[in-house]
Write a protein that binds this ligand. Structure first.
Ligand SMILES: [Mn+2]
Length: 434
C-alpha cells in the first residue's frame, strides 16, 4: 500500500499536494491529519468523497510499503506516523518547499526546492507525464497554489508557480469555488483577537524596518490565527510582525514579513520552527522559554541581522557634485551637461545643505538673462535627506512620498553621498545605470 500524507494543521497547499500525490502515484491513498485548517475542513466536509482520502486511524501501518510525505520534512509534524518512522523496509518519497528548519525525514527520493507552493512540484510532474486532471482536482490544486503564494503575489512566487496556475486554469479550475475557500469570513473569536492585538501593539523600527510585536494571551481556541496575523500586519502597515500567542503551557509565535531583509523562516528556525521568507511559525513550551524571553530574543536576532543587510550607505553615489548658492544658473546647466546628471546639491557655509536644483527647475527660467541669476533664486530649499542606515526599501518609499529623485545622505550633519532613482533601480532590478 502506498500512502501520501502531510503536516498537521493542514493548509490547502498540503491538502492539494496529497491529492496530487494520489494522482501521480497509481494506487496511492491520501491520509489527511485529523487537525486541519478551518477552510480546509470546510472544503473536505463537502468534497471529501470525491478524492481517495482517509484518516490516520483508518490505515493499517503494517500494510504500508511506501510513504509519500508532502509539504513538510519533519516527522513530528505528521499525524500518527510514528510506527512508520522506525521501519527500515519502508520507501519514502519527499516533496517539499520548506528550505529552513531541521529536516529529519530521510527519504529515498527527494524533490525539495524553493518554490511558491509544494503543489507546483506536482503540477510540473503532471505536465511532464502528460497527466490529465479533471476540473475538481484542478480547482483544489489551484486553491493550494494561490493560498501559499498569496495569489502569486508573495515574493517566494516563481515563474513556474505562475505556469502551474496557467496549467490548472487550462484544466478548468473554477475560480468561483477557489475564491469561496480562499476568503473565509472572519469569526467572532478572530475579531476579538485582532482587536486585542491592535490595543497592545508595540511598534518599533529596527534597521530601518517597521516592526510590530505582541504578546497575546489566549483563553479559548481561535481558528486560523495565521490569517489574523496577516490581516494585522496589513492594518498596522508594518514591514514585519511577530505575535506570540500564549496559552497555559505553550507559546505559539507567528511571524509575517513583507521585507526582503527580514527572513521569518530563518528566525523561526532559531526557536525550533520554520517557514518561508514571508511567513513562519514556531511553538515553544513555556517551561523552555517565557513569552517575554522569546520577544527579547526575536528583537536581538533582528538587531544582529543589521550587519548583514544592505543599507543606503552601500548603494549611494559619492562624491556628490555640488555648487555654492551664488553659482549662476548657466554654470549649473553647463555642469549638469558635462557630468550627465539630473540634479546638483547646493551647499553653503559649513557644508550646510542649502537646497537642490534639478533639470526640472530649469523650466522656471522664462527670460534669457535669468541664466545669469544665482542658483539660490531657483533651487528647492527643504531638501529631504536620509541617514546611511536607511534601507533601500525605505529610501524608495521616501522618493515616492516626497516625489523627489535625489535624496542626499547625511551623517553627523554632513552630506556623505546621494541616492538617485538610478541607484534605487540598480539595486532593485540589477539594472546598470546608463
Ligand atoms: Mn506549502
Amino acid at each position: 500500500m502506498i500512502i501520501a500524507t502531510t503536516h498537521k494543521n493542514t493548509d490547502f497547499d498540503a491538502l492539494a499536494s496529497v491529492i496530487a500525490a494520489t494522482i501521480c502515484y497509481p494506487g496511492c491513498v491520501g491520509v489527511i491529519p485529523k487537525a486541519v485548517n478551518r477552510n480546509v475542513a470546510q472544503f473536505l466536509s463537502t468534497h471529501k468523497t470525491a478524492f481517495n482520502l482517509l484518516l490516520p486511524n483508518e490505515i493499517n501501518s503494517a500494510e504500508v510499503s511506501r510513504l509519500i510525505v508532502v509539504d513538510t520534512n519533519q516527522w513530528h509534524r505528521l499525524d500518527r506516523m510514528d510506527e512508520l518512522r522506525h521501519r527500515d523496509d519502508l520507501a519514502i518519497d519527499l516533496w517539499d518547499h520548506h528550505m529552513t528548519g531541521e529536516s529529519d525525514i530521510v527519504a529515498d527520493r527527494v524533490c525539495r526546492e524553493p518554490i511558491g507552493a509544494t503543489v507546483t512540484l506536482f503540477v510540473r510532474e503532471m505536465i511532464k507525464r502528460k497527466i490529465r486532471i479533471n476540473a475538481l482536482v484542478s480547482t483544489v490544486l489551484l486553491i493550494g497554489l494561490y493560498e501559499d503564494t498569496g495569489h502569486l503575489s508573495f515574493p517566494s512566487t516563481t515563474p513556474e508557480d505562475a505556469r502551474a496556475a496557467a496549467f490548472l486554469l487550462e484544466n478548468n479550475a473554477d475560480l468561483n469555488v477557489a475564491g469561496f475557500f480562499l476568503n473565509p469570513p472572519y469569526e467572532e473569536t478572530q475579531r476579538e483577537v485582532l482587536f486585542e492585538m491592535m490595543k497592545n501593539t508595540e511598534k518599533l523600527t529596527i534597521n530601518g524596518n517597521s516592526l510590530g510585536i505582541n504578546i497575546i494571551t489566549l483563553d479559548k481556541k481561535v481558528t486560523d490565527l495565521a490569517s489574523v496575523v496577516n490581516m494585522y500586519r496589513k492594518i498596522i502597515n508594518a514591514d514585519a510582525v511577530f505575535v506570540i500567542f500564549v496559552n497555559s503551557s505553550r507559546s505559539m509565535v507567528i511571524g509575517r514579513s513583507n521585507s526582503d531583509q527580514i527572513h521569518i523562516g530563518k528566525i523561526m528556525a532559531e526557536f525550533g520552527g520554520g517557514g518561508h521568507n514571508g511567513a513562519g511559525s514556531s511553538s515553544i513550551k513555556k517551561s523552555v522559554m517565557s513569552p517575554e524571553k522569546i520577544k527579547t530574543a526575536i528583537l536581538s536576532i533582528l538587531a544582529k541581522d543589521q550587519e548583514k543587510t544592505i543599507h543606503i550607505g552601500d548603494i549611494m553615489s559619492f562624491p556628490v557634485i555640488s555648487v555654492t548658492p551664488d553659482t549662476t544658473m548657466r554654470e549649473v546647466r553647463e555642469l549638469m551637461d558635462r557630468e550627465k546628471i539630473r540634479g546638483v546639491m547646493v551647499i553653503g557655509e559649513e557644508e550646510r545643505i542649502e537646497g537642490i536644483i534639478v533639470l526640472w527647475d530649469f523650466k522656471k527660467i522664462r527670460k534669457e538673462r535669468q541664466w545669469n541669476s544665482p542658483v539660490k533664486a531657483f533651487m528647492v530649499r527643504n531638501v529631504a535627506t536620509l541617514s546611511p542606515e536607511t534601507s533601500p526599501e525605505k529610501a524608495a518609499q521616501t522618493m515616492i512620498e516626497k516625489d523627489v529623485g535625489h535624496l542626499p545622505v547625511v551623517k553627523d550633519g554632513k552630506m556623505i553621498g546621494i541616492v538617485t532613482r538610478t541607484d534605487i533601480l540598480t539595486y532593485f532590478y540589477g539594472l546598470l545605470p546608463d
